[in-house]
Design a protein. Structure first.
Length: 170
């Protein structure tokens, strides 16, 4: 290899590396939007869809059962939207109070508001689980209980596929 070829090959990576900061600076405003899109509701919906498909497969649900459970989930998503938005707002309010140096009583009151919303959401999740449970056959209920309970196997955190203890609670 002659010196000219070597020089050209050595210069290409340096030239490309020099253009990266300009490309990043030009697209700097678009980056947060791209990150938000990738990590927003679309990503969450994909995860929930995969989780639902794994449940359908693991419990060998019929099409009718899968449709019923999906309808329960979709209705609950709609009904809990307000509480989820309230929770986000109350959490932001808590962060704001902490930044402002609020009193202990103010922080305690804010914490109680957050706790009440979380409790409502938790009750709703439990009711959805019970509605799902009612749709299942006795064999599916047993499998549901085994997979939901076990953390070492099935859907447990240390098992495979790792779905976590709330795998069937939508």
């Amino acid at each position: 290899m002659n010196i000219r070829t070597f020089s050209v090959l050595a210069a290409v990576p340096l030239l490309l590396a020099g253009t990266v900061p300009f490309a990043l600076a030009e697209n700097r405003d678009a980056l947060p939007q791209l990150v938000a899109q990738a990590s927003g509701s679309e990503k969450r919906e994909n995860y929930q869809g995969r989780r639902f498909e794994r449940m359908v497969e693991a419990l060998n649900l019929s099409d009718g059962q899968a449709d019923q459970i999906k309808a329960i989930h979709e209705q609950a998503q709609t009904e809990s939207q307000g509480d989820r938005e309230s929770l986000r707002a109350e959490m932001e309010q808590m962060r704001s109070l902490i930044r402002q140096g609020a009193s202990v009583d103010q922080l305690r009151n804010q914490h109680n508001q957050i706790k009440a919303i979380r409790e409502r959401l938790s009750e709703d999740r439990f009711e959805r689980m019970l509605q799902t449970y009612e749709i299942l056959s006795p064999e599916q209920r047993q499998k549901f209980a085994d997979l939901h309970q076990g953390r070492r196997g099935g859907w447990g955190r240390k098992g495979s596929p790792a779905m976590g203890p709330q795998s069937l609670v939508f």
